[in-house]
Design a protein around this ligand. Structure first.
Ligand code: NDP
Length: 315
C-alpha cells in the first residue's frame, strides 16, 4: 500500500516542497495539515500537485483545542499514520511585543514547540498502530538553535537557561514570555523553540525508539532563504538575505532541493537510524550532524518534556 504522511505547515516553503516531492513519487498520500485551508489548496494547485496525491486537513498549532480536533478528524478519516513531519513554524524577529496563542503561550514557542509537542504525543499511538515497514516522526530543526555553528552564534543566541519562564507558562502574567525568564525577544524565542524541537526529538528517541521501532529524527535542510519564514523581517533583510546566503555563506538551498532532502528523511530506506540530526554537504549527500551542547543535553530534554506535558494538559 501507499504510505500516509502528515506534514504540518505544508501551505508554503519547505512543507509544500516536501509534500510535492513525496506526492510525485506516487508512493505517498500526503495530508497537508494547515491553518489556512484555502491558501493550502491554492498552493498545492500552483505547485502542480496532482489531485488525489494530497488531502488538506485543518490544523492551527496556535490552539491546543485545534490540535486535539485535528487528531480526532485524522482518526475519523480511517487512514493509518505512517510518518508525521512537524514542520510548521513562525519567526517573529521584528516583533516588539509578544503575541499569544489561544492558550496564552508566547506565539513562537507556542506554535513551533508546544503545539507540535501535543500533536506528536497524541499521534504516537497512531504511529505505533501502523503496519508500515518504516514508521517515522520527523521534527524540523535548525542550525540557528545550535550554538556550535557560526550561524548559531549570531546574537541573540538560543539559551533555555533554567527554564523558569517555560515552567511559569510563558504567558507574561506570572513570569516571563521567554523560556529562560528574560525580556521578550522574537528572534531568540524562535531559536529557543528550535532547540526545544531538537531536544524533543531526542527525548522521544530515548523514551520510545526501542519499544516501538519508530524512527525519530531531526534535520537542518540548509538555509532556504526564499521561504515565507522571513516575511516578518524588514524589507532590506528580505532583499539581501538570499544573495548573502548564495554567494557569501554558500549555505543557500532552493525550496525544491530542501523539499527533496526532507522527503528523503521521510522515505529513504537508508535513513532509518533513530535519534539522528541530519544535514547535507555541498554535494547534497546526507550525513549525521552534531548538535550543540545545549541541544543535546539529556537533562534539559527531560525537563522540557516534563514541563511541556504539564503546559499542554497531558499530565
Ligand atoms: P514558511 O513560512 O514558508 O512555512 C511555514 C509554514 O508553517 C506555513 O505553511 C505556515 O502556514 C505554517 N504555520 C505557521 N503557523 C502555523 C500554525 N499556527 N498552525 C499551522 N501551521 C502554521 O517557512 P519555511 O518553509 O522556511 O519553514 C518550515 C520549517 O523549516 C520551519 O520549521 C523552520 O523553522 C525550518 N527551517 C527553515 C529554514 C529556512 O532557511 N527557511 C532553515 C532551517 C529550518 P501559512 O502558510 O498559513 O502561514
Amino acid at each position: 500500500r501507499k504510505g500516509n504522511v502528515v506534514i504540518t505547515g505544508a501551505s508554503s516553503g519547505l512543507g509544500l516542497a516536501t509534500a510535492k516531492a513525496l506526492g510525485e513519487t506516487g508512493k505517498w498520500n500526503v495530508v497537508m495539515a494547515c491553518r489556512d485551508f484555502l491558501k493550502a489548496e491554492r498552493a498545492a494547485k500552483a505547485a502542480g500537485m496532482s489531485e488525489g496525491s494530497y488531502k488538506i486537513m485543518h490544523l492551527d498549532l496556535a490552539s491546543l483545542e485545534s490540535v486535539r480536533q485535528f487528531v480526532g478528524n485524522f482518526r475519523l478519516s480511517g487512514m493509518p499514520l505512517d510518518v508525521l513531519v512537524c514542520n510548521a513554524a513562525v519567526y517573529l524577529p521584528t516583533a516588539r511585543e509578544p503575541t499569544y496563542t489561544a492558550d496564552g503561550f508566547e506565539m513562537s514557542v507556542g506554535i513551533n514547540h508546544l503545539g507540535h509537542f501535543l500533536l506528536a504525543r497524541e499521534l504516537l499511538e497512531d504511529l505505533k498502530a501502523s503496519d508500515y515497514p518504516s514508521t517515522r516522526l520527523i521534527i524540523v530543526g535548525s542550525i540557528t538553535g545550535n550554538t556550535n555553528t557560526l550561524a548559531g552564534n549570531v546574537p541573540p543566541k538560543a539559551n533555555l537557561g533554567d527554564m523558569r519562564g517555560l515552567a511559569a507558562g510563558l504567558n507574561g502574567v506570572k513570569g516571563s514570555t521567554m523560556i529562560d525568564g528574560g525580556e521578550f525577544d522574537g528572534a531568540k524565542a524562535y531559536k529557543d523553540s528550535k532547540v526545544c524541537n531538537m531536544l524533543m526529538m531526542q527525548e522521544f528517541h530515548r523514551r520510545y525508539h526501542e519499544e516501538t521501532g519508530i524512527t525519530f529524527a531531526s534535520l537542518y535542510p540548509g538555509c532556504i532563504a526564499t521561504t515565507g519564514l522571513f516575511r516578518e523581517h524588514i524589507p532590506l533583510f528580505r532583499l539581501l538575505f538570499p544573495p548573502f546566503q548564495k554567494y557569501i555563506t554558500k549555505g543557500f538551498v532552493s525550496e525544491d532541493e530542501a523539499g527533496k532532502r526532507l522527503a528523503q528523511v521521510v522515505s529513504d530506506p537508508s535513513l532509518t537510524k533513530s535519534g539522528v540530526y541530519w544535514s547535507w554537504n555541498k554535494n547534497s549527500a546526507s550525513f549525521e550532524n552534531q548538535l550543540s551542547e545545549e541541544a543535546s543535553d539529556p537533562e534539559k530534554a527531560r525537563r522540557v518534556w516534563e514541563i511541556s506535558e504539564k503546559l499542554v494538559g497531558l499530565v
